[in-house]
Design a protein around this ligand. Sequence first.
Ligand code: FA5
Length: 335
Amino acid sequence: MQDLLDSALARITAAGTAAELEAVRVEVLGRKGVLAQLSKDMGKLSADERAARGKFINTAKQSLEGAYEELKSKFEAEALAKRLDSEWLDLTVPAPGARPGSLHPITQIQWEIEDLFRSLGFSVLDGPEVETEHHNFDALNIPPDHPARDMQDTFWLEGHHLLRTHTSPVQVRGMEKLGPPLRMIAPGRVFRNESVDASHEHTFYQLEGMMIDRNVSAGNLIYFMKTLLTAIFKREVTVRLRPGFFPFVEPGFELDIRCLICGGDGCPVCKQSGWVELLPCGLVNPHVLRMSGIDPNEWGGFAFGLGLTRLVMMRYAIDDIRWLQSGDLRFLRQF
Ligand code: FA5
């Protein structure tokens, strides 16, 4: 009996492949295998012999199956390793035909302006798009019955909240949070309930700027505006400064740029005027400083509200503002 078992074990361990092992399994452990042979004449044995034979068969079964399972696991591990080797995949390789994405032109110019102002000592602040009436209007010296509110068609929300109509509320948040002296810019998305045409969107981008210090003058304001425009356009551009009315600045100015789409001859973007409103600005109204807890006898400042979307249109000669939010890949792939 022991010989039978030993030779069966030897045949299992001699299997060199998974297929050979399977063939040996059928022969040794199958219905006609060694174990079946050993059980065949059990009926003819005495009770004691039967017990001894049963015990032997159990032990034999365990050792044969153990040897089989061990070798089977070995072959499976080898097969898996081979498969992993042959099916090796580099997940970092770009898919064939995939185009790399690019930054939206508004983001590109926004980042350029952020870098410029950071180098001039300004912080870049963020503010909420859902604003309070207080920050968007009241704290900017635009009380409820003030006609200036009509200039910015507002999307009103519940509970004295609204979609901010300009980035100027971030001035207020900057003054409240950081106090003077203050140098900040705040780029962001703003919303107005107005009809859309070649130069007007309901959702567009502005970039607010504010500097508060002792002895800030209109000269400082003009210096920063010139630095900004030269850095962005990298060439001579014609600008004009005219008086502008905004309740939060005094005096206020409108800085217009000679239309770069038509060169000043007149087109739908400049509404045939040859000029595009780009950069309203002014010296901060003392009342606004006072409302944010800053003493206007000690501190003064300037503020500006760049029309970022319009600036991008001028820089790249984009003749319709609607391209910028169209999501049209033919347009976006040019940048
Ligand atoms: C304002 O929004 C003021 N908060 C700007 C300001 C800030 C003045 C600080 C003084 C001091 P205005 O409504 O003019 O101003 O908008 C500013 C700029 O946003 C405009 O010059 C224009 O370039 C741009 N703009 C205005 N409406 C639209 C629109 N519908 N679509 C695209 N750009 C617009």
